[in-house]
Design a protein around this ligand. Sequence first.
Ligand SMILES: [Zn+2]
Length: 282
Amino acid sequence: MSFGSIESGLIRETPEVVFASMPEGDSIYRAARLLEDRLVGEEVVSVGGSHRAVAGYGRRLVGRTINRVENRGKHLLIHFSGDWTARSHLKMTGSWNVYRPGQKWNKEEGAARFVVTTPGSVAVCFAAPDVDIKPTPVIDEQIAHLGPDLTADEFDEKDALRRVEASQAPTVADLLLDQSVMAGVGNVFKSEIAFLLGIDPAADPSNLTSADREAIVLEARRLLLVNRELSRRVTTGDRRRPYYVYGRNRQGCRRCRARIRSGNLGDPARVTYWCSACQKRP
Ligand SMILES: [Zn+2]
């Protein structure tokens, strides 16, 4: 059995590489599969970590069996016997690693927010600001607002489209990040999807055509589904040049050579990249 880590999108056999992009639905999908592979069927020997949720309810997990690991958008859920669930959200800083018992960790112990130890594995969630441990119905309530998960085997396109149509998001950038519309798009995919659709991320979604709305759903679904299987996120199809616009401020557009622009867009404002030649306001 091999052991690995997930660092914002990368599974490695040896958990030592820190990868510089942010966790989005694709990386959480892979983290969930890694944890599922190592933990399901195992009994919890101990629970640790510095997050206050661990101090609150961590000991309630000891002795329970891990039944299932699930990703819902950017949330990772570990389901335990007796209807308890641990939910983590990595935000921009967190990562999940799985070690053998006794294996050296690749980060300081103090950075461990939530640790689940079983006889065969030590699963460590580093630096995640958002962890909760509660009876499953309470956790279900916390994530009930989420739209369809873009990485799930089953994806309800019609439901996603209805949510796009009903959204009050002020910009396309906000719409793409709204987890209650579709769950799993983060800041990287946001810029990439808007580029691929040729839509200005600052555009008002109420001006979109129904074809535009449908294209948003289909493109988000396509990109997340492709990337859930990759060890490193790629939107261009070329690993050497993984992104069209993200992180490429002032560099040449891969399609038209105009300079890529960046700015803080949306509410709350997040850095966004786009090509003003290729991307238009409808
Ligand atoms: Zn361009």
